[in-house]
Design a protein around this ligand. Structure first.
Ligand code: ATP
Ligand code: MG
Length: 485
């Protein structure tokens, strides 16, 4: 939801006329965005905060159900409503299951019906969200239920195992060593880096490596909220503290007692709220809105910013005293283009993750793809790399090696500066059988080494050859860790 209370609806239809009439119907009550294709819609979803998508079934690039199947994985929170001429109930049930579609609207659609349906859908999602929040409040305020929370933390840690930090570059080794030191202390941590570099993932890692790991890790984005709401989210409020405060609310700081609070986009906090945060950091006490009682909370703060705070301090846009307080430890995550050694492992990690999520087998990633990925500057950093890999996995056939033909055009057209000595020749049409077989062998050996992080024994075992045999092949094909492999 936008901070002004407006919900955002994305209308996806290839016909301009339909988009215009749907926009007319909705724009009085909602912020309406439009897309003329599924591809464009996915781009908007990556860029904008969208609450509900209204999509036509028949589109040239993919069907509405296919689009929703993809959006379900990439943006699970968004409500999916399909507009269709379908009448076959079996078809409808199958699609509902496949793409978790909230509702169908049959053509020709009626404005009143459509508006009511959208209103209900958004209301029930909001209720579910509040329910989750209230359950969280209950859990943290009730000792018996708190034990159940240990179970949740365990589940969370298991999820975290899956979402692990992956890296190979010396720069990241350095940052992670510092993060480990930070984890051993109770000092605040400031994580800085461009968008998509993994700041939130790093914050979670610090929490789960710390003695606080059995307690909650709660995150708050400070960017989108006005002061009063942010205050109520973090410090809590008493019933009646302001219009709409119908019950007491436990803030995130008391809810995370014993654990960690992650404050994302800290640079966006207003000067007056900076004072409240500073006070909390100095005294560790919270006073809910509308209450005159303070309560002590033992939480560690991890803050993140994609704008360098030091510069904002110099421009007098961020308080210097708060900056110094926050940077007990300062972790600066370099942009992906400055640590290209991480690209192959991250690409593989992401490809595996998405392949698993859609039940597809991927045989590996071709050298040509890795070379192109290494040339691309990735302004959206790891998130953008993940999106590219998600796309590649989605368009590849089961059991295929991800190759240039699966890449998005912008990346596929990048040409490696030096020729590849025919390394990926088996992917090309030309060459003798011997050359092709050798290229394939080199490719498979390098993939196996990549997969096992250059552990000779494991790669040799997987390939069914001896360690000496593997060493010979590495020499013969001049494979090395820093190369395109
Ligand atoms: N080193 C890494 N290993 C594995 N996955 C990573 C790594 N770094 C980032 N990611 C993945 O990239 C995506 C973006 O990461 P994250 O949300 O932590 O970035 P961020 O810096 O907080 O971005 P933003 O500034 O836009 O909020 C996530 O899906 C995350 O899992
Ligand atoms: Mg983030």
């Amino acid at each position: 939801m936008q901070s002004d209370g407006f919900w955002t609806v994305l209308v996806v239809d290839d016909e301009a006329q339909v988009r215009a009439s749907l926009t007319r119907c909705l724009e009085e009550d909602y912020r309406v965005l439009t897309a003329a294709s599924a591809r464009e819609a996915l781009e908007i979803l990556n860029r904008e905060e969208v609450d509900l998508v209204l999509c036509d079934q028949r589109m040239p690039d993919m069907t509405g159900v296919e689009f929703f199947r993809e959006a379900r994985v990439s943006h699970p929170e968004v409500i999916r409503v399909l507009i269709t001429g379908y009448t076959d109930p079996d078809d409808i049930i199958r699609s509902i299951n496949e793409a978790a579609i909230y509702q169908f609207v049959s053509k020709p659609w009626q404005p009143d019906h459509l508006l009511l349906l959208i209103k209900r859908a958004l209301e029930s999602r909001e209720l579910a969200r509040r329910h989750r929040y209230l359950s969280r409040e209950l859990k943290f305020s009730d000792d018996v239920l708190r034990r159940q929370n240990d179970h949740m933390v365990k589940l969370l840690q298991d999820t975290y195992e899956f979402d692990k930090l992956v890296f190979a570059s010396d720069k990241m080794v350095e940052v992670c060593n510092l993060a480990r030191q930070a984890a051993a202390t109770d000092l605040p941590v400031l994580i800085q880096g461009e968008t998509g570099t993994g700041k939130e993932l790093m914050a979670r890692a610090v929490h789960f490596f710390s003695a606080r790991k059995a307690f909650p890790f709660l995150a708050q984005n400070c960017g989108a909220l006005p002061d009063e709401l942010l205050h109520s989210e973090l410090f809590g409020h008493k019933r009646g503290a302001f219009t709409g405060a119908i019950s007491d609310r436990l803030g995130l700081f008391p809810a995370a007692d014993g654990g960690t609070v992650f404050l994302d986009e800290i640079s966006e906090v207003s000067p007056s709220f900076q004072v409240s945060l500073l006070r909390f950091l100095q005294e560790g006490e919270v006073k809910p809105l509308g209450s005159d009682q303070t309560r002590h909370c033992n939480v560690r703060i991890i803050a993140a910013s994609n704008r360098p705070l030091k510069e904002l301090v110099e421009q007098k846009k961020f308080r210097q005293d708060l900056y110094y307080r926050l940077r007990g430890f300062e972790l600066n995550i370099p942009p992906l283009r400055e640590r290209v050694e991480d690209i192959p492992v991250l690409a593989e990690h992401a490809a595996k993750k998405y392949a698993k999520s859609i039940n597809r087998n991927i045989a590996g990633i071709s050298n040509e793809v890795l070379q192109r990925l290494k040339l691309y500057p990735f302004p959206g950093n790891v998130r953008e790399l993940e999106n590219e890999m998600r796309r590649m996995v989605a368009v590849a056939e089961d059991g295929e090696i991800l190759s240039v033909k699966h890449m998005s055009p912008e990346l596929a057209k990048l040409l490696p500066a030096k020729p590849d000595n025919g390394r990926a020749a088996f992917l090309l049409e030309k060459g003798t059988l011997k050359e092709k077989v050798e290229a394939l062998e080199m490719h498979l050996v390098s993939q196996s080494l990549l997969k096992h992080k250059w552990n000779y024994s494991r790669a040799a075992r997987e390939l069914g050859i001896s360690r000496v045999g593997l060493a010979n092949k590495i020499k013969r094909y001049k494979l090395d860790k820093s190369g395109a492999q």
